[in-house]
Structures are given as structure tokens and as C-alpha cells.
Design a binder for this molecule. Structure first.
Ligand code: IVH
Length: 700
């Protein structure tokens, strides 16, 4: 992880806020991908939540930093390749979290204020368990199940209709009873019971197949099978708890809708409670917490929802989550054990990550032997030493963390841990860089770049991953082997694997057909999307989202590289142009220019380009609107629409939305309270529009 030392958000200057925001966005996007697409998270839920909270706090202070498609507006990750995509008729959102009881009280207070309730007006909430699975939306038309989709990024999910149809219970293929609307989307959680999970894992182990870390990952991995006959063999269940598009209202209260859904054949989550006060909610929370271990399924908290649906309607949503509901999460589970060693792992960007090697210990049902120690500052702050007894915490998901040291149990002679200043893999110096604002990065990085085997290896793994070149038959296992055999040292070598085809056929696990298939799959990827190409390079801070924005900005790969060469001049147009891209910032822009112009990495790009037939620029939206191709910046507090809405409309009309004003900006749409951007626009002679003028321009 590359988070800066955490300063209170209130103390951040605009520049620092922007830098940290960019980093958090990128980190969160990566974790979203690991969690939602690879079903293999590497941070605990608590850490993830902390990152998101901080991001939101920063955006609250600096609203300009929030962007469409940014982590704060996004739920989950974009759909993985392989499944058909389904656009949700109504977005699938997430829930805000509360950890302390005080936050639950705040939640109730906010609702009362928003609805302007009088002191004795009754506010009824439904309390439900929060199931730890993955959400799905099931669409019924005229009573028939016609489509099922995963949440994906909240806007667009994966079509898992065939998979959902294999569920043996809980999901009616045809609605029972009467009175259902013609269009009905039932949403809920696909999960696996603990007992079924254990049985499945035992069978997997016997078959030498993948072992799942927990029921949630097992459920996700089972549902997202391209071959639905595999899903059919997995014991998946479904709990309904909400709905999407409906052609007629379902009722006046949640409690009423639950009864109707049950009548139509759905299984609803339970046990639930109708609560009329803060105390009743907390009593339910404690009761469920006490039952947690004996419930047949994993839960990570409870959810409180306003029962009256007309009130839900009025309360509406704040970016990613409803104002009318909140998840009250359980605290993480902890245990004590001995820290036997500290391993230093080297990642793709050269980050040295300390990993605690623990005497195996059972933490809330999961055997834990590794835990993250984050970075060297954390080790120092907690004064963790080899031989110490430590408290380990696990919150919902894998990668547990070391919380603290039990000092009374420190063995005599345990010395302070000395963090290496050289890369443990290649021996080259490992340094902590200072960023543009002079703050020292918490992460120490190996300076070896692609000459460090660990970085080269991780870079190649990333290159072939699903969101990058995604070559059928060339996964982590194969690329690791090819690297170790000395066949593939950099991406371009993949396209020269033909030279080793004969040798490869002789290796275990590769026959003539599989080698031929692999070569064909590699050949197909000689034509690749420009955005995938950029993402695959593994430039720091450049994930899928930014890669797409960059690919949309430049006409083709060559013009992009030329522009990056020109952007070395910080005073020139090319640098300003790069920085005007949405979600760009100096840190990110610097990483991109650095990667494209440093001889070592440029050579990797050029060698790769030589092997490729075509790098295909992304499709651009409509060209026939009045704002197509224009660059627009929104600023001030918009009143006619939310900023996300405004950006979405503009992008849909083929405009580019930038985060800052430059000479290339065509329009600045300024709401009340516009400040520095307005001044900047006036300086450059950029057309400034009010919200109404903008609406008139785009046709209302
Ligand atoms: S309501 C508009 N109720 O938790 C929000 N969600 O952390 C609709 N979840 O995305 C969600 N149990 O996947 C709701 N009883 C429950 C839930 C529940 C689990 C999941 C769901 C949601 C996530 C948010």
C-alpha cells in the first residue's frame, strides 16, 4: 500500500488533498477489482472501509475532487470480461457503514432532520442481518425469470442468468401466487451456508481444486462460472432484501413488501425485527451478535432500513448509498499469537511490504499464519519485534493484520526490527521517495525497476491478467514458469514464445494441442484495445479507469507517446494537456511521463509495439451533439443537477469532462460559489455558462 502518513483531513492543503485523493482512488480501485472480479481480496474489510471513509472525508472538504466513476460514486468494480454485460435499469447501490452506537444515533438524527419529524413522530425501522455474499438482481417479466445480473460496478453487471437458474431453492423460475407487477426486479444476496462451504472445500481439496478462503469467496467463485453446469453443482442460496425496477409499487412499507415477496416464492433474510427506537436497534444488534456463531451463514453486521417507503423515496441517495439505510458492522475478530518472523515481499511497483509470519492461530474460525504489517512506519509505531506475542485481527475477509504487541510477553533480547534498505530480491537500493509536496512516501521501493526479478515477475503477471492482455491459457502459473525458464523477461517476449513451442510441448501439462491453442490465443492479442494496452503497462497510479481516460484523450498510441515526450517540458502545452484529463494529477501525470520516457521502460513499450499488429483506440461517444468533442469543466455548487449527473450527461453527449481549466477548455459551467476555476476561465477567455445556459446548449 502506498498511503501517505495520515494527517487529519482538516490539516490537508489542497495540493496534498489532491495527491492523497489520487492515491486512494487508485488503491481502492485495485482492491475493488481484487474483491469483485478476482474474489481474492488482500485487505481486510476494516482497512478498506477506512480508505473509503478517508476518501469521502477528503471529498467533503474538497468537493472538486469527487469525480464520476470515482471510488466514492462507484460500488464494486466494472464487470469482468467473459460474461455479457447487463445495464441495471436502476443502479445497484451500496450501504454506508456505522461501527459505533453513536453513529447509529447520528443516522437516526439525520433522518429525523431531513424529514423534519417532530419529537413524538414515530420512526419505524426494519433491522435485518447483513449477509456476507454477493448481490444479484433478478428480473421477472410477466412472472417469468428473464435475467439475472451481478452488481458489477453498480451501473453495469454480468449476465448470470444461466447460473442463477441452477439454484435449487430460494429463486422461483416463475413467480408463485398473484398480484405481481409485470416488471419486477428482486435484489438480494447470493451466499453459501457455512456447512455447505465446508463440504465444498473438502471436496475441492480431495479433487486437488481451488480451496476457498471463506463462504463469500466460495459463493462468488461459484456463481461467476462461465460454465453454468459448474454452478449447478454448487450449493448456492439466495436471500431477497430489496428491489430494482418495478412496473407498479410493491406496497407502502418494507414489512408489507417482504410479505408479498415471500408469497411470490422468495426466501427473505431473517431473523429481522421491527424497531421503534435507537435502543431497540441496539438490542437487535447485540442479540444478532450473540447468535452470530450459531447462524447457518456468515454475516458481517446488521442493516437498519426505514420502513415507510414514501419516506425512503423522500430521503433518496447520497452518491453511492441510500440515506434511509445503514449497515451497523460487527467489530473485527481478534486473537493472540507469536510473531515468528517478518518477511519482506516485493510487489509490481517495487513496494517492499512486510508480512508477519505467525504461529498459526484460529481467528474467528479461520486459521491465520500471515498478517500484514503495512509498512516500516507501522512496524516502528507499533514497535513490533520478532518473537513478540501480537494481537491479530481479521475483519470479514482474508489478509488479517497485526494490531498491537503484548509487551508483557516480549522475550528477553528481542531487538528492534531493522527494515532493509536494499531490495531483498535483487539487492538494489530501496528508497522512500518524496512526493511533489515534499512528504515522504510511507512505502519503501526497490529502485531496480524491471531489472528486479520480483518487479519484472509481478509486472508480467499483471500484464497477462484479466483486465490487461487477458490471454487465454496464459495465467499466473504459466507466466511464472516461462519467466523462470528464461523465455519471457518482458511483455514483448510473450509474442515470441513461438520460438519455444517445440520445447514447450515436451513440458509437463503442455501437449501439442494446448501449445497450439496458446499460440493462437497469443496471436489474437496482437490486436489490442488502447486502454487495455496502457493499463497492461502497469504504470503506477494508472489502473483501468485512468488508462481508459488517457486512451480516450489521445487519438492513438503513437500520438500519446509523442505527447509524453513533449510533456517532459513542464512549461509546455503537452504537460498541461495531460494534466487536464479527468482524474489526473501531478503525481499521476508524472508517473506516466516518467514511465514513457525513461529509457528502460520505453524500450519495453517499443519492443512490445513492434510485436503488435494494431492498438485500437476506444470507441468515442456520439459526434453529432452540440458539445461533442468539447472540453467542459463543472465548478461551484450546482443546483439543477448533481455534479455526477452533469458529468454523466456531458460524457454521454461526447464531451470531455476535465477537472481543471486550461486553454483547451471550451466551457466552464459555474454554479454559485465558483471560485478559482472561474478566475482561471476568465484569464484564458474560456466561455462561462450558468447551469441554465448549459442546459439550453445541450437541449434541456
Ligand atoms: S440493502 C440500496 N440489505 O451489503 C442498498 N444489503 O455493504 C440495498 N447486503 O450491496 C442493499 N445484506 O450486497 C441490504 N439485508 C441486507 C443486506 C445487504 C447484505 C449487502 C449488499 C449491499 C452490501 C452493502
Amino acid at each position: 500500500m502506498s498511503r501517505q502518513r495520515e494527517k487529519p483531513v482538516a490539516d490537508l492543503g489542497p495540493r496534498q488533498a489532491k495527491l492523497e485523493h489520487a492515491r486512494l482512488e487508485e488503491e481502492i480501485a485495485e482492491h475493488d477489482r481484487r474483491y469483485h472480479q478476482q474474489d481474492a481480496p488482500t485487505v481486510s474489510d476494516a482497512e478498506y472501509d477506512a480508505m473509503k471513509r478517508r476518501l469521502l472525508e477528503i471529498e467533503e472538504r474538497f468537493p472538486d475532487l469527487a469525480t464520476l466513476g470515482g471510488a466514492s460514486a462507484r460500488v464494486g468494480a466494472a464487470p469482468a470480461a467473459g460474461f455479457a454485460k447487463v445495464r441495471h435499469a436502476r443502479p445497484m447501490l451500496s450501504l454506508d457503514n456505522a461501527f459505533a452506537e453513536g453513529e447509529v444515533a447520528d443516522f437516526l438524527g439525520r433522518i429525523r432532520r431531513f424529514l423534519n419529524l417532530k419529537i413524538d413522530d414515530e420512526l419505524v425501522l426494519l433491522a435485518e442481518p447483513k449477509i456476507d455474499g454477493l448481490s444479484a438482481s433478478l428480473r421477472y417479466e410477466k412472472g417469468e425469470l428473464v435475467r439475472a445480473a451481478t452488481r458489477g460496478d453498480g451501473q453495469e453487471g454480468e449476465d448470470v442468468t444461466a447460473n442463477i437458474r441452477t439454484l435449487q431453492q430460494d429463486v422461483p423460475h416463475r413467480l408463485k401466487g398473484r398480484g405481481w407487477p409485470d416488471v419486477l426486479e428482486v435484489r438480494g444476496e447470493v451466499y453459501m451456508t457455512r456447512a455447505d462451504f465446508l463440504t465444498l472445500n473438502a471436496a475441492q481439496e480431495k479433487a486437488g481444486a481451488k480451496i476457498f478462503a471463506n463462504p463469500r469467496n466460495a459463493a462468488a467463485g461459484s456463481l461467476r462460472q462461465l460454465d453454468a453446469t459448474i454452478t449447478a453443482k454448487r450449493p448456492l442460496r439466495f436471500f431477497g432484501y430489496s428491489w430494482g425496477e418495478v412496473s407498479a409499487p410493491l406496497g407502502a412499507r418494507l414489512t408489507e413488501v417482504r410479505d408479498r415477496l415471500a408469497g411470490w416464492g422468495f426466501t427473505l433474510n431473517s431473523p429481522v425485527a421491527v424497531c421503534r427506537s435507537h435502543d431497540e436497534l441496539i438490542a437487535y444488534y447485540r442479540d444478532i451478535a450473540a447468535q452470530r456463531a450459531t447462524l447457518p451463514f456468515d454475516i458481517d453486521g446488521v442493516v437498519y432500513k426505514v420502513d415507510r417507503l414514501d419516506w425512503q423515496e423522500r430521503l433518496g441517495f447520497v452518491s453511492r448509498s441510500p440515506r434511509w439505510a445503514i449497515a451497523h458492522k460487527f467489530p473485527a475478530e481478534q486473537a493472540q499469537t507469536v510473531l515468528e518472523n517478518i518477511d519482506i515481499q516485493v510487489g509490481r511497483t517495487g513496494a517492499l511490504t512486510p508480512v508477519a509470519k505467525l504461529k498459526p492461530v484460529n481467528v474467528g474460525g479461520v486459521l491465520v499464519s500471515n498478517a500484514t504489517l503495512h509498512n516500516e512506519d507501522e512496524i516502528r509505531r507499533k514497535d513490533v519485534r520478532i518473537g513478540d506475542t501480537v494481537i491479530v485481527q481479521r475483519a470479514g475477509d482474508v489478509i488479517p493484520q497485526v494490531v498491537s504487541v503484548v509487551l508483557d510477553r516480549r522475550p528477553e533480547g528481542a531487538g528492534e526490527f531493522v527494515f532493509p534498505t536494499r531490495c531483498p530480491v535483487c539487492g538494489q537500493p530501496a528508497e522512500r521517495e518524496a512526493d511533489a509536496s515534499g512528504a515522504e512516501d510511507v512505502v519503501r521501493r526497490c529502485t531496480g525497476s524491471v531489472s528486479c526479478p520480483a518487479q519484472a515477475m509481478e509486472g508480467l503477471r499483471h500484464f497477462v491478467s484479466r483486465s490487461a492482455f487477458d490471454i487465454e491459457g496464459l495465467g499466473e502459473k504459466q507466466i511464472t514458469a516461462f519467466y523462470e525458464w528464461g523465455w519471457v523477461k518482458q511483455p514483448a517476449d510473450i509474442f515470441r514464445l513461438q520460438d519455444h513451442a517445440a520445447e514447450l510441448q515436451k513440458k509437463d501439462g503442455f501437449g501439442e494441442t494446448s501449445v497450439a491453442k496458446l499460440m493462437a490465443a497469443i496471436g489474437q492479442r496482437r490486436t489490442i484495445g488502447f486502454d487495455r494496452f496502457i493499463h497492461a503497462l502497469g504504470i503506477r497510479h494508472v489502473g483501468q479507469e485512468r488508462a481508459r481516460l488517457v486512451a480516450m484523450h489521445y487519438p492513438d498510441v503513437r500520438s500519446w507517446l509523442d505527447a509524453m515526450d513533449a510533456a517532459k517540458d513542464r512549461a509546455g502545452e503537452a504537460w498541461a494537456d495531460l494534466n487536464s484529463i479527468d482524474k489526473m494529477g501531478e503525481v499521476v501525470a508524472d508517473a506516466i511521463v516518467g514511465f514513457c520516457t525513461r529509457p528502460q521502460s520505453r524500450a519495453v513499450i517499443e519492443a512490445l509495439l513492434k510485436e503488435l499488429t494494431e492498438v485500437v483506440p476506444p470507441e468515442r461517444p456520439a459526434q453529432d451533439s452540440p458539445v461533442a468533442g468539447k472540453t467542459v469543466v463543472f465548478t461551484g455548487s450546482l443546483e439543477r443537477f448533481t455534479r455526477d449527473e452533469a458529468k454523466a450527461r456531458a460524457l454521454g453527449l461526447g464531451a470531455k469532462v476535465a477537472g481543471s481549466v486550461s486553454r483547451k477548455t471550451d466551457y466552464l459551467v459555474a454554479g454559485p460559489g465558483a471560485g478559482s476555476k472561474l478566475a482561471e476561465a476568465q484569464k484564458h477567455g474560456v466561455a462561462v455558462l450558468t447551469e441554465d445556459e448549459w442546459l439550453a446548449l445541450i437541449g434541456g
